[in-house]
Design a protein around this ligand. Sequence first.
Ligand SMILES: Nc1ncnc2c1ncn2[C@@H]1O[C@H](COP(=O)(O)OP(=O)(O)OP(=O)(O)O)[C@@H](O)[C@H]1O
Ligand SMILES: [Mg+2]
Length: 363
Amino acid sequence: MIPLRITELNVDGFRNLRGVKLAPSPGGNVLLGDNGHGKTSVLEAIDYAASLRSFRGATRTQLIGHEAKAAEILMRVAGPVPAREYRLRLARTSREITLDGKRPEHALEYFSGAACVVFHPGDLDLVRGPPELRRRLLDRILVRAVDGYGEALKSYGKALRARNALLRERQPNAKAIQAFDFPLARYGSALVRARTVLAHDLVPAARRALDEVALSPDAIELKYQPRAAGDQVAFTAALAENLPRDLARRLTSLGPHGDDLAITWSGLPARVVASQGQTRALALALRLAELHVLEARTRSVPILLLDDVSSELDRERTARLFKLVGALGAQVFVTTTDPAIAALLPGAKRFTVADGAVTADGG
Ligand SMILES: Nc1ncnc2c1ncn2[C@@H]1O[C@H](COP(=O)(O)OP(=O)(O)OP(=O)(O)O)[C@@H](O)[C@H]1O
Ligand SMILES: [Mg+2]
């Protein structure tokens, strides 16, 4: 399996980063620096170029440097396919993206070519937080692994927004609203089907990952819980049946935009039974499961971004994780304030992050 790797990364005007030019190692990379100097922002820039969204949930405007006109990212990625060049320019009123100099046309081509997996402190909410974060996990994988998924997700969102806007009108017109039932059912049922299959495939991957992070693998169960069926005809019928309720609530109530991925731990909802430490390990296992599934489905090893792992995991789990990453052959970027963490990744290239600038140690 051929790992994806970033060979060049330039970032300017993204958060506090200015004039960053990195030539990362194909293996381990450690970004060391004090609090608030820009370490997470480097990972966020990489993941933004790869996913077109911020893993910290920031809006485009929040990502642009306070004193910058625009945020610019250039990222070259090599791997199983010929090297690709991602270029992004985020301004306050516009966003320009090119892949190899052209506007990207296919979501799968864009997202699979720079597949990366992030593990960051906010991931505790994967287990304990709202369903939206778990849906986002599924969607992250599916846009990279299933042809047409990114397009279906976009079309579904567009139809949903249009239908909801009609539902909020002062005198809603049922006929106009129902005109959106066809695209909603078509794309919505496709999203439900893909997510259901993925949830099923994530179970063995999560068990393997739990074993890797030294938790009991059999305790976990994952199940996608759709509120409308993955069958287009049944989906359409459910929309029609729910119209009176939708009119009363002024919202489309059924569909994959509100679904959840249930995480069960020893037979009970993980959010209520898992201890703090188990929750951390579970969140990490879900991210490693994301990596394993992407590896199997895209036939390449994703890039791994580990934000502040040492604050999330104890030393032994951190060492275990680094060993595992080494065995997978993945390119990895680790941020930390603790120089001792760098020692756990032998052979890694070290960078110092200070006041929005990044310099390679010893060079
Ligand atoms: N749009 C922006 N423009 C300029 N600076 C910003 C912007 N958004 C955030 N910052 C600042 O950028 C700095 C770097 O933040 P970042 O989260 O990357 O730090 P960090 O090195 O990961 O810190 P920690 O070790 O505490 O996690 C912070 O001081 C933050 O306040
Ligand atoms: Mg940080």
